[in-house]
Structure formats: structure tokens, C-alpha cells
Design a protein around this ligand. Structure first.
Ligand code: HEC
Length: 134
């Protein structure tokens, strides 16, 4: 009895998922971002809302980087930003265009604070080395 009920649930879940054309994408990752994250293996270590090997993207978003800064961090990670995590390998194989797409999506995950346009810029220590003027 219990068993078949569980099976039914699983079947129902499957049915629900397969309604979505992009069935493989986890619910909180848009299909196009899922494609990029899979292609460049980010997905092995990152989720939007969940800490994995690397930090949840929503936590990255809270750092209020600009999109450009995130692109730079994809190419040149700075592990000192994330104490307690292993260092991320530089992902220089990601074309700028795709890195930028990922970056702006990551930034969009920080629901609240972006809308207020008040960037809490208590100038976070290090990262300023690169794009001073834009
Ligand atoms: C092998 C695991 C792994 C892969 C693959 C990986 N990351 Fe990471 N990522 C990490 C870890 C661990 C950290 C935290 C430590 C660090 O920044 O070095 C991190 C940090 C980050 C940060 C925060 C940078 C900062 O300084 O705040 C961003 C943004 C990021 N990753 C994006 C990506 C993107 C985009 C990809 C795919 C192109 C990717 N990561 C692939 C493990 C990974």
C-alpha cells in the first residue's frame, strides 16, 4: 500500500516535470541559464539558492558586485571573498558574452536590494582593482 502510493507520487512528480519543455532544468534555474551552467560546469558547484561546493548565487548577488566585477571573478576568482570554501578554478574558457549573461542573472537573484537602487556601497575591501571607471 505505502509503496504503491510512493510510486504514484513519484509518477505524479515526473508527470508534472515533463509538462515543462525544459524538463532537465531545476525549477529555480531558467532554461537558458541552465544550459550555460551545464556547458561550463558551473552547475557542478553552484545553485541559485543553495550552497554547494561554491556559494549560492543568491549570496553572491548580496555582495552587490557589478556584472563586470562578476565576470572578472569568474575569470580570476578571489577565494578570500569566501572563507571556508575551497578556491574556485579560474573559468577562462567561458566567453565574455556568456559570462556576462551568467553575471547579470546572478545579480538578478538578489530580489530586494536591486530595486531600491541604493547600492549599499560600503566599498567592500579588495575587489576594486579592475574596473574603476566604466
Ligand atoms: C569546481 C567547483 C566550481 C565550479 C565548476 C564553478 N565554481 Fe564558482 N565558486 C566555487 C567556489 C568554491 C567559490 C568560492 C571560493 C572562490 O571564490 O574561489 C566560487 C565562487 C564563485 C563566485 C563568487 C566570486 C566572489 O569572489 O564573490 C561566482 C560569481 C562564481 N563562483 C561563478 C561561477 C560560474 C559562473 C561558474 C561557471 C562558469 C563557476 N562559478 C564554476 C566553485 C566552483
Amino acid at each position: 500500500m505505502k509503496k504503491s502510493f510512493g510510486f504514484l507520487l513519484a509518477a505524479a512528480a515526473l508527470a508534472l516535470v515533463s509538462v515543462d519543455v525544459n524538463a532537465q532544468a531545476p525549477a529555480d534555474i531558467p532554461a537558458d541559464m541552465n544550459a550555460l551552467m551545464s556547458k561550463y560546469t558551473c552547475i557542478a558547484c553552484h545553485r541559485p539558492n543553495q550552497k554547494l561546493v561554491g556559494p549560492a548565487y543568491i549570496d553572491v548577488a548580496k555582495k552587490n558586485y557589478s556584472d563586470e566585477e562578476i565576470v572578472n571573478l569568474i575569470y580570476n576568482p578571489n577565494p578570500s571573498h569566501w572563507p571556508g570554501y575551497p578556491p574556485m578554478a579560474p573559468m577562462k574558457q567561458v566567453p565574455k558574452e556568456d559570462a556576462l549573461k551568467l553575471a547579470s542573472w546572478i545579480n538578478s537573484l538578489d530580489g530586494g536590494s536591486k530595486k531600491t537602487t541604493t547600492k549599499k556601497s560600503t566599498t567592500k575591501t579588495t575587489t576594486k582593482k579592475t574596473t574603476k571607471k566604466s
